[in-house]
Design a protein around this ligand. Structure first.
Ligand SMILES: *Cc1c(COP(=O)(O)O)cnc(C)c1O
Length: 387
């Protein structure tokens, strides 16, 4: 049976990327690899829309989150984080582990913070060094307007805006320099279409200045060391050579398609999934919606474990469930990375078949029709986009 992964990390990997990684390994100080790393460093700047360095670390995405806290702050520093889901909450857990004093802004899971909420917390908590936010909250399928938040924060405060962009980079418009972001992190197994094992962090001048004052101990994940090596298109330690070779290929594909096309494609695919689910009679969970992943309420009378089992055993489809108190209450369909319109028609058709098996009442074909109508609605806008 074909394996069809619709999870928000790992995401499907293009055949060409897999084949490149199957070639014999090369040495990382070899000119061939330096050339690959040079291309990766350049194309990461394009993807992140920055003139600054984008560091590549050997870890999953959380490694870059932890490294950001460890490299920018010191024990006793105060920092704001927004708990809007599992991943927003993680910033706070990392801070606590390091002895940073966290100022938590908790919003209901399924909603996003407004700039006013952040400004209010900043006003009530003088001396905050940084604000940690999540661009696309994967656990709830919610999008945060980081552009507005960064602008609002920087209008009044000379502090760092740090963004978890782990499922937004390569899915949502994100202009690191123009929007004045200070750090944005992501991981290879999300929008980048590469297996897990690499993490990335873009750093602004403000963030680089903070590296000078940070007193936390660090060695392997030192941004200063990584930046020094980066200047020579090198890495401080043995990098995940194979993954970087795959990444080089994936980034070239992104460059060829252009980030603007890719952002648009994610918008259209996500809208198609949402309209398909609604037409079936399912209720979407949370808003505003992330373009990377769609969270949907499990309907009354349907048992999540049975739903999941049919999708997997009959159609080879893996989606993601809910986390924490959302376990068994929602399912999440990812459309992040290597997906196209045919994939979306397929996954919504399989949702229909599965729900039909579970005696959920709806008009058969209504979901797939709505998906196609969405694509038709965007046909002109997406004329040059890979379908
Ligand atoms: C996947 C994910 C993470 C965690 O990344 P790992 O690679 O699993 O460490 C963090 N934040 C968001 C928003 C994610 O989607």
């Amino acid at each position: 049976m074909k394996k069809r992964l619709f999870t928000p990390g790992p995401t499907p990997i293009p055949e060409s990327v897999m084949l490149t990684m199957a070639e014999p390994i090369i040495h990382h100080r070899n000119p061939e690899f330096v050339e690959i790393l040079t291309s990766v460093n350049q194309n990461l700047k394009y993807l992140f829309q920055t003139k600054n360095e984008v560091l590549t670390l050997t870890s999953s995405g959380t490694g870059a989150m932890e490294a950001t806290v460890a490299n920018l702050l010191s024990a006793g520093d105060k920092a704001i984080f927004v708990n809007l889901g599992k991943f927003g909450e993680r910033w706070g857990e990392i801070m606590k582990a390091y002895g940073v004093e966290p100022v938590e802004i908790k919003v209901e899971w399924g909603t996003a913070p407004s700039p006013e909420l952040i400004l209010d917390a900043l006003q009530k908590n003088p001396g905050v060094k940084a604000v940690f936010i999540t661009h696309s909250e994967t656990s709830t399928g919610v999008f945060t307007n980081i552009k507005e938040i960064a602008a609002a924060v920087h209008e009044k405060y000379d502090i760092a805006v740090v963004v978890d962009g782990i499922t937004s980079v390569g899915a949502h418009e994100m202009r690191f320099d123009e929007w004045g972001l200070d750090v944005i992190v992501t991981g290879s197994q999300k929008g980048l279409m590469v297996p897990p094992g690499l993490a990335f962090a873009a750093l602004s001048d403000r963030a680089k200045k903070m590296l000078e004052t940070s007193k936390f101990p660090k060695y392997y994940f030192s941004f200063k060391k990584a930046l020094k090596a980066h200047a020579g298109n090198d890495t401080p330690f043995t990098p995940a050579i194979t993954l970087i070779i795959g990444l080089e290929k994936a980034l070239r594909m992104i460059k060829e398609e252009t980030v603007e096309s890719i952002w648009l494609k994610h918008k259209v695919l996500s809208q198609a999934v949402r309209s398909g689910c609604e037409a079936i009679g399912l209720k979407l969970f949370g808003s505003p919606a992330s373009h990377a992943v769609t969270a949907v309420n499990i309907p009354e009378g349907v048992e999540y474990s049975k739903f999941n089992k049919i999708l997997k055993q009959k159609y080879g489809i893996t989606t993601a469930g809910g986390q924490e108190h959302l376990k068994g209450k929602i399912f999440r369909v990812s459309h992040l990375g290597y997906y196209d319109e045919v994939d979306i028609v397929g996954v919504v058709a399989a949702l229909e078949w599965t729900l039909h098996d579970l005696n959920f009442k709806f008009e058969p074909g209504s979901g797939v029709t709505a998906v196609q109508q969405t694509f038709a609605k965007f046909a002109e806008e997406t004329a040059g986009v890979v379908k």
